[in-house]
Design a protein around this ligand. Structure first.
Ligand SMILES: [Zn+2]
Length: 411
């Protein structure tokens, strides 16, 4: 626990905030700095093939301790933190023997982690929590995952009598801005199954994600000086308003759906009289429904064009990622062994769905089945972010068991 907490506090103090549109990869130098620190620590623990590649990704191998062939598994976490809240000058505050009350953050007393908004806190009385001082995020997303992987690797290296196959360790960059796996070469990773450590609480396995497409609707009108516009102007701004008005609002929107329901989410509008663009996220667990949503957009476009034949409306769809369950079905051991490892670690595994995507959705689609495991994250991307050291320690136990379950049951 002490080692794990020390690691976590060391890693969160390095500012690895991802920066949108930075024009570099990784998008911030702190990610390289943390990567360098981890390379040194991995080498000190005794891992082999430890490298920080030209893109800042850190890769290392925990060698097998058994002679029989065991599929290589990968443990994956991301080095960057969300740009939504600053990660500069993070001051982790350790609350030992948590008393079950609201936590007032001293750097900004208006920031209070309330038990009424975080009911899971009530189950953690007496445990060790870590928060910020209220002025930054904590970065448990995903430095909890990084610390858990590092600690599990250290424990396995220190106990060579535990039987396990080869394990690849992989730390990625810029996950929070959608570029976590841009430069991850699966050939080089060389794993049969991956596990991202980037989940909330403990004992959960995210095994389904949304399938996702992006729709870009380009509306072209007819621009002309308003003085002489009568009967001639077609205003793309007004048509964009009309378009939005004709989308479902009381259903199929993020504001009105939960659990397994999908949605269309217009999240950006740009333009002027001559041309306007709407960007709309299409999301559903059931991939074929995305085509229905695209058809709905085309139907709306057609009805508007029937009224304004001089305008033009294009609906362009780009696939983003696919529900992880589709790829996991091809390698059922990925989930079954994670569930078994959790039981052996004393947890009751819970299969959960994510109303979003993970690096694992993309990796699974590319052929590396990669469910996501809990590692003690709470209130992500916020100054109210917190973690629980005992939950992180449980994730370490899960990884140590998982390594052994693969060696024992994969034959
Ligand atoms: Zn994350």
């Amino acid at each position: 626990m002490k080692n794990l907490l020390d690691r976590f506090c060391r890693y969160v103090r390095i500012d690895t905030t991802a920066v949108e549109n930075a024009g570099t990869y990784p998008s911030s130098p702190g990610q390289l700095e943390l990567g360098r620190m981890l390379v040194e620590e991995l080498r000190a623990i005794g891992l082999s093939d430890t490298v920080q590649d030209e893109h800042g990704l850190v890769l290392a191998t925990l060698p097998a301790t058994v002679a029989h062939p065991v599929p290589t598994i990968a443990w994956i976490a991301h080095l960057d933190t969300s740009p939504e809240t600053t990660g500069r000058n993070v001051q982790p505050i350790v609350h030992e023997n948590y008393d079950g009350r609201d936590l007032v953050l001293p750097g900004d007393p208006s920031k209070v982690i309330r038990t009424c908004e975080n009911p899971e806190l009530l189950l953690l009385k007496g445990k060790t929590l870590v928060t910020t001082d209220g002025t930054t995020l904590l970065g448990a997303d995903d430095k909890a995952g990084v610390a858990v992987i590092m600690e599990a690797a250290a424990q396995l290296m220190a106990r060579p009598e535990l039987p396990h196959g080869p394990i690849r360790i992989c730390f990625t960059c810029d996950e929070e801005i959608g570029h976590g796996v841009d430069y991850l070469d699966l050939q080089k990773l060389g794993a049969a199954v991956g596990y991202t450590l980037d989940g909330g609480g403990q004992g959960e396995i995210d095994y389904e994600t949304f399938s996702a497409d992006l729709a870009v609707v380009t509306i072209r009108g007819v621009a002309i000086h308003p003085a002489i516009a009568k009967g001639r102007m077609i205003n793309a701004v007004r048509l964009a308003g009309l378009f939005l008005e004709r989308l479902p609002r009381l259903s199929l929107s993020p504001e009105t759906t939960a659990e397994r329901q999908g949605f269309l989410h217009p999240y950006r509008l740009d333009g002027g009289v001559a041309e306007a663009t709407l960007r709309i996220l299409l999301r559903d667990f059931d991939t074929p429904r995305l085509a229905d949503y695209a058809e709905l957009l085309r139907t709306v476009a057609r009805t508007i064009l029937a009224e304004y034949p001089q305008a033009s409306i294009e609906v362009h769809i780009t696939p983003q990622y696919r529900n992880m369950a589709e790829g996991l079905a091809k390698e059922p051991r990925a989930l079954a062994f994670a569930q078994e490892a959790m039981r052996r670690a004393g947890l009751e595994p819970k299969l959960t769905i994510v109303r979003g995507g993970t690096d694992g959705s993309r990796l699974t689609e590319l052929g590396l089945p990669t469910p996501n495991l809990s590692c003690g994250e709470h209130n992500l991307h916020s100054p109210l972010e917190w973690t629980c050291v005992e939950e992180m320690a449980a994730a370490v136990r899960v990884l140590v068991e998982l390594a052994q379950v693969w060696a024992e049951l994969s034959g």
